[in-house]
Design a protein around this ligand. Structure first.
Ligand code: FE2
Ligand code: FE2
Length: 137
């Protein structure tokens, strides 16, 4: 069965080295996770994904929020809300996925997370980086 994953692409490049590296890291994490699931399905792998994804996104979101705050980005509150929504969904998905830990569900989960990330980077993160570039402090 082929797997179509959302991947990082140059379109998502914000121009901020650390932020871009963190985004690539997040996609890589989803990629590795899917590979593990296909190789060796199991609750342990899923648990591991949620743990690392939760930890990594928390760090990434915090990094971005502090950076945007320091630049006085005017849509920071909205951006933080988006981050919070993701964190909440991740928590919910974690609960749900343990009810039915099937390959199909895991695939769906991976797609959802990847698509959310892609959408958020292309809209929210790109908007912030454009604003920062146009409004040098
Ligand atoms: Fe981001
Ligand atoms: Fe963000």
């Amino acid at each position: 069965m082929s797997v179509r994953l959302t991947r990082w692409s140059a379109k998502m490049k914000t121009g901020h080295k650390e932020i871009d590296e963190q985004h690539m890291g997040l996609f890589k994490m989803l990629d590795d996770f899917m590979a593990e699931i296909l190789k060796n399905r199991g609750d342990k792998k899923v648990e591991k994904l949620f743990y690392f994804l939760g930890k990594y996104t928390k760090e990434h979101f915090y990094f971005e929020e502090e950076y945007y705050r320091g630049k006085n980005y005017p849509k920071l509150a909205e951006h933080i809300k988006d981050h919070e929504e993701f964190t909440k969904s991740l928590r919910q998905l974690r609960v749900d996925s343990f009810k039915v830990c099937s390959e199909k569900n895991m695939r769906k989960l991976n797609e959802m997370l990847g698509e959310w990330l892609r959408g958020h980077i292309l809209n929210g993160d790109m908007d912030a980086s454009r604003w920062i570039e146009e409004n040098p402090s």
